[in-house]
Every structure is written in structure tokens, then in C-alpha cells.
Design a binder for this molecule. Structure first.
Ligand code: C2O
Ligand code: CU
Length: 474
């Protein structure tokens, strides 16, 4: 989307408009209300491109990814979801700080939407940023077959860029005939790094080239909608600046090693200044998994130059509306993750039964991952923590497994305040924090949104084999 046009307010600042301004009604911009209709149903998608067979998918409005939901900050969103699948579903608007009843968690916050039924989600959008939506029922299956879509909330005062581009990154496990392998939720995926597929798409297509113009400034919104794949992207020849994590503004900075690491469900907004010359071509490489490096797409320079020099305009975004946690008075809770292969498969179930699990037990019970000793299967259980509304909390999380876990809390955003005991430089706000094997991460937030909120790993195969809990804000 082109963002070069002047805003109404900017126009009114111009001298020619001053005389006129007196006669205009007060410039209160009415909150924007927007309505969307999503139909979840089987469909066909040309993921791998022309000449290859289409893939049978499950999709919103027959599109992969689903239609972009875009609304201005402070607006009110109404999303009607019609279920034409053969099984129950729900929609979770990931990262939005909405009322609990609109959170889309089956049995916990709503009755699942049965086949043929419709459910209306309606809520205000307090914070600008890049978000997404996806089912929260049978998620590994439903997301893995194609159900997800982008949700963009525009700033009141957007920064100036030439193009606002969304890349929904998805990962598919395709068979040679381009159909989705139906080995969902197998023991191997669940106990290792999840269902990492073999085909990555950008906005539902295996990409080849992304055209840019010399001098162009692009706001690139990356959304990781994969079940399990984590991305580590390098834009060769370029130095993109990170301006937001999970939709939340952060001090603009170049990421470590100039590599953008995006765990599942995470979003990163980049400012990509196209500093190459007409006709040049640069690779975007994903090298997150050792030995599995591949070229995601090429940046290809058009013949025309847009501007000779880098655009000279600020790129920092205005802060969102989260309350600031008080670190001095915050109550601290330890949260430990165990399980998976090559980890210590510790189980300390409710009954106080202790001990180590073996593969046989995991297969028998489906319990592979544990939060504070408990493996949660299904969405309803006693809360692992009950927090007081309005209080500040620190969750001191330890990943005692051999695997990466992107940990997501519903209904809130938190500041990532330390990693392995060292304070983070930027105290970034996130709703999903990627933890490396054996890493310790502390997050801080104010528990200001009442309700029962899911707290889980967003590798969907981990989530569905125990790595999930409920945090109650009362
Ligand atoms: Cu993206 Cu519990 O969700
Ligand atoms: Cu995990």
C-alpha cells in the first residue's frame, strides 16, 4: 500500500488551509468499524505454481493465506466465522489484547464452532501492529492444512514508507504429487522439533523473485504462520532494521549478525531500504536449521530508480498502550519446561507421581512436554497460575529441554527483560518469545486483562502433546 499521501492533519498544517480550517468541523477522526466474513472450508491452492498440481487445502474464503484483515488502531473489528469444515473449529486473533470471551479457545472461552455453525468475534483493537489469525482447535491439523491469515492494525500516525508489504511465511509437508502429507501429530514430530515441512511459501506461493526499486523504502511485515519451522533470514547485500516484534514497537535496530530470527507465530516488522542498483539481484537466505540452508527468494531490482539516496525520514513507531510493569514490586514465578527427546523426561503429575518418562509411556499417554511438571492435553484444566488483576509479574522461564520453544501468552504482551541472567538491551515487548535449548528467559508484564488465558509453546505439535497451561487473571 502506498503511504506517500498526506494525512488530513498534515494538510491542515499547511498555510493555505489555515483560513479554511476555521470552517471545518472539529477533526475528530471517528473510530473505524470494520466487518469481515470468513468461511473456513476445503479448497484448492496453487502453492507450487503453474504446471504443478494444485494442493487440496483447508482455507478461509478459499484463499491461502486467508484474506488480510486490516483496520486502523482504536477501531472495532467484527469477524464472522462460518464453519464449512467437517469438524469443529475456532478462530484466535493472535496477539490482540481482547476480551477473554473473544479469544477463540475451544471449551475454555467458547463452545467450538460446529460444522455448519457461525460465530461472531467482535472486539476493539487498542494496539497497532502486525498480527495474525488462526484456528485454536485441532491446531496442528487445521493450521498445517492452510488455515491462517494476516491481521494488520494501522498506526494513528504511520511512518513514511514507499510500500507496506506483508509476507505470510508458511511451511508445508508436501508429497511428490503436491498433496499435503497427512502424517499429522506423529510421535516423531511431537517429540522432536515439530512438523517442519519441505516447502516454504510466501503468501501462499513458492516464491521466486520479489521486485524492488532502487531507493525504495519498504515496510516488510513478516508473519511466521508455520506449524513448527523457525526462520533465520539474511537479506544479502542489505541491512534491514527491526522496528517491531510481534506488532509491538521497538527501538529500530539491526538484528544480531544481520539475521532475522522468527519463531513460529512471531512477527517482525522490518524497514528494508533498497540500496542496490537497477538490474541487481540479491538472495534472501534461510539458514536457521544447520545444514538445511536454502534460498527463500531473490530481491530483484527493476530498471527504474525511485530515488537516488536513502529516504530521510524517521522509522521509529509510536508506543502502544500496554501498562508498564513495575519490576521492583513484581511477583516472581518460576516456570520450567521439560520433556521431548534427548531431554530429561521428567514427569511430576498432579497426583505427585514422580519419575522419568520413557518413549513407551509417551506413546501411551500422548504426554511428551511438561510445564512445571504437568502435561496439559486439551484446553481445559486448573490454572497453573492465578494472578491478581493490575499487578506486575515476572515469569522466570527455564527451558530444560534440548529443543527450541516459542512461548506464547494470550491476552497480553510482555517485556523480555533478561536472557540467561543478562538484561536484554531493548526490553522488547512480545507476545511470543523464542527460547533456545537450555535457555533461561525472564518476561515482565502487568496482568491487566481478566480471564483464563492460554500459555503455550507455538510449535503446534508441542502444544498438543502437553506444552500448554492456563494462566488466570482474576
Ligand atoms: Cu497463535 Cu494460542 O495461539
Ligand atoms: Cu515447543
Amino acid at each position: 500500500m502506498d503511504r506517500l499521501h498526506l494525512t488530513r492533519r498534515a494538510l491542515l498544517r499547511g498555510s493555505a488551509s489555515v483560513a479554511l480550517a476555521a470552517h471545518l468541523p472539529p477533526t475528530v477522526v471517528a473510530a473505524e468499524n470494520k466487518e469481515f466474513h470468513l468461511v473456513a472450508a476445503p479448497a484448492k491452492a496453487a502453492l507450487v505454481g503453474a504446471g504443478d498440481p494444485e494442493t487440496a487445502v483447508w482455507a478461509y474464503n478459499a484463499a491461502v493465506p486467508g484474506p488480510e484483515i486490516r483496520i486502523r488502531q482504536d477501531g472495532r473489528l467484527r469477524v464472522t466465522v462460518e464453519n464449512r469444515l467437517a469438524e469443529d473449529t475456532t478462530v484466535h486473533h493472535h496477539g490482540i489484547r481482547l476480551p477473554n470471551a473473544m479469544d477463540g479457545v475451544p471449551h475454555l472461552t467458547q463452545k467450538p464452532i460446529a460444522p455448519g455453525e457461525t460465530f461472531v468475534y467482535e472486539f476493539d483493537v487498542p494496539d497497532a501492529g502486525t498480527y495474525w489469525y488462526h484456528p485454536h482447535h485441532n491446531s496442528a491439523h487445521q493450521v498445517g492444512r492452510g488455515l491462517s491469515g494476516p491481521l494488520i492494525i494501522e498506526e494513528r500516525d504511520p511512518i513514511q514508507v514507499d510500500r507496506d508489504v506483508v509476507w505470510v511465511l508458511s511451511d508445508w509437508r508436501l508429497l511428490p504429487d503436491a498433496q499435503i502429507s497427512d502424517d499429522f501429530r506423529n510421535m516423531h514430530d511431537m517429540a522432536h522439533n515439530g512438523r517442519v515441512g519441505n516447502t516454504v511459501t510466501i503468501n501462499g506461493r513458492v516464491p521466486d523473485a520479489f521486485e524492488v526499486r532502487s531507493g525504495e523504502r519498504i515496510r516488510l511485515r513478516l508473519i511466521n504462520a508455520a506449524n513448527a519451522r523457525i526462520f533465520g533470514l539474511t537479506f544479502s547485500g542489505h541491512t534491514p532494521m527491526v522496528i517491531a516484534y510481534d506488532g509491538q514497537p521497538v527501538e529500530p535496530h539491526q538484528p544480531a549478525q544481520n539475521r532475522i530470527v522468527l519463531g513460529t507465530a512471531m512477527r517482525i516488522d522490518l524497514i528494508l531500504d533498497a540500496t542496490g542498483k537497477p538490474g541487481e539481484r540479491f538472495q534472501v537466505i534461510d539458514n536457521f536449521y544447520r545444514g538445511l540452508e536454502y534460498r527463500l527468494v531473490d530481491l530483484v531490482y527493476a530498471d527504474a530508480v525511485l530515488r537516488p539516496n536513502r529516504l530521510d525520514a524517521p522509522i521509529a513507531l509510536a508506543a502502544n498502550t500496554m501498562p508498564e510493569p513495575s519490576l521492583s514490586s513484581a511477583e516472581r514465578h518460576e516456570v520450567t519446561f521439560n520433556g521431548g527427546m534427548m531431554g530429561q523426561m521428567m514427569m511430576r503429575d498432579r497426583g505427585g507421581m514422580g519419575g522419568t518418562m520413557n518413549m513407551m509411556e509417551m506413546m501411551h499417554t500422548g504426554k511428551i512436554w511438561f510445564i512445571n511438571g504437568v502435561a496439559m492435553l486439551g484446553h481445559v484444566m486448573e490454572p497453573m497460575l492465578t494472578l491478581k488483576r493490575g499487578r506486575s509479574y515476572v515469569l522466570a522461564m527455564s527451558n530444560e529441554t534440548a529443543w527450541w520453544h516459542p512461548m506464547h501468552l494470550h491476552g497480553h504482551a510482555f517485556r523480555v527483560i533478561s536472557r540467561n541472567g543478562a538484561p536484554t538491551k531493548l526490553s522488547e515487548w512480545q507476545d511470543t518469545v523464542l527460547m533456545a535449548p537450555r535457555e533461561k528467559v525472564e518476561v515482565a508484564f502487568v496482568a491487566d486483562n481478566p480471564g483464563d488465558w492460554m500459555f503455550h509453546c507455538h510449535i503446534l505439535e508441542h502444544q498438543e502433546s502437553g506444552m500448554m497451561g492456563v494462566i488466570r487473571v482474576a
